[in-house]
Structures are given as C-alpha cells and as structure tokens.
Write a protein that binds this ligand. Structure first.
Ligand code: SF4
Length: 211
C-alpha cells in the first residue's frame, strides 16, 4: 500500500480534507477498496495522522476563498478526530469567516467517541452530510459492516435528529446504484421524519471520481 501526506485535495470546485484513515465501518462499496489514490493524489493513505497545525496549514496554503466549500472527508471517517477537525475548521473560519465548511460522516461519532457529540459540530461546520446508505438496519450491517453492530443504523438517525439543532444544513446521503426505488422512498421517509434533506449521489468509481 502506497502512503503519502496528502492532507488536502481538490474535487471539482471544493477543497477536501483528509485527516484520518480510521473508520468504524468496512463498507463493501468504500472508495478505498478501489486503490490507494483518488482525485489526482499519489495516495490518500496517510503516513501518519496530520496534526491540527498541519491540517490548518495545508488548508491555508490554498486560495481558500476560491473554493465553493471545504469538505472534511478523505480516506476514513473524519469524526474519529472530531475535536481536531473542529479545531482546524474554527481556525480556518477565523481567517476566512465566509468560507463554508462541510463534514461528510458515517454519523457514528457518538458511538465512536462515547458521548453526545452533536454540540461539537456547532460553529465549526455549516453542513453535515451523513451516509444513511439504506433504510434497513440489517441491510446496513450487511453492506457497511459497522463495528457497533445492529444498533448502528438507529444511532445514526438519532445523531442526525440531534445535530440539526447545532448545524444549519444536515443531509442524509445514499448511493443511487445500491438501492431500489422502494428503498430510496423509504430513505426519503426517514429523512422527512428527522427533518433533514436526502441527497442521492452516484456511486464513486475510478472512472467517475468527481461524482
Ligand atoms: S464509512 Fe466511508 S470511509 Fe468508512 S468504510 Fe464506509 S465508505 Fe469507507
């Protein structure tokens, strides 16, 4: 496996931030299964986790205000390092108050960190995109293989309900190619019951990395 210290990388008109390779899921469809590199980087596998200072420096070395948004995403689950991601986001916002910052998460930060994490998203992130993936808890276990088992899906929905009190925009995301129309309808019902948007995105492959 090739490794590098690729902390930030561009995806279309956004700047993505890679803070960890750790994750509480082992999704069957994870982009990491496709290889070491993505989005023009040598590798998104990190030699080591960058410090908060390194994350901030990497972001600030770019023309921050030229991007549509900054997205904490990368080759792992960014909320594993929620406090560090928050600190980095707040530092960037201090220099660039109008920049929009999103975090793409599997929605498991409460389970990973063991406390109510929703308040820690406040002010640092303008939007939170949570991978729902399926309307069915059993199916979630099959396709995402979470470390926390069958209760994970319910915990993700609970997290979405709470974090929307702290963050202006919260969305569930699903991958169109992995779901039937009926399943997408069920995901929409869950999103509606929580009061968040449902974002239906295309499956990411080496051939459509910018989707
Ligand atoms: S949650 Fe994201 S990073 Fe983690 S295994 Fe699934 S797709 Fe990969």
């Amino acid at each position: 496996m090739k490794k590098s210290m690729c902390i930030t990388y561009e995806v279309e008109d956004a700047l993505y931030v890679n803070v960890t390779n750790k994750c509480s899921n082992r999704c069957t469809f994870c982009i990491r299964n496709n290889g070491d590199s993505a989005y023009g980087s040598d590798s998104l596998w990190l030699e080591r986790e960058p410090t908060v200072t390194e994350i901030v420096d990497s972001i600030l070395s770019r023309d921050v205000d030229s991007y549509s948004e900054i997205v904490f995403c990368g080759y792992g689950e960014p909320s594993v390092r929620l406090r560090d991601a928050r600190a980095a986001a707040l530092a960037v916002k201090e220099k660039h108050p109008t920049v929009k910052i999103r975090i793409n998460t599997n929605g498991q930060s409460d389970l990973i960190l063991g406390y109510d994490t929703a308040p820690f998203y406040k002010d640092a992130f303008d939007s939170v995109s949570i991978s729902l993936n399926t309307p069915d808890p059993k199916r979630y276990v099959q396709i995402c293989r979470p470390a926390f088992g069958i209760n994970t899906h319910r915990a993700i929905i609970d997290f979405a309900r709470r974090v929307k009190a702290y963050v202006p925009k919260v969305a569930f995301s699903v991958v169109r190619e992995t779901l039937t129309e009926e399943e997408i309808t069920e995901c929409q019902k869950i999103a509606d019951s929580v009061g968040v948007t449902l974002r239906i995105r295309a499956y990411i492959t080496p051939d459509n990395l910018s989707s």
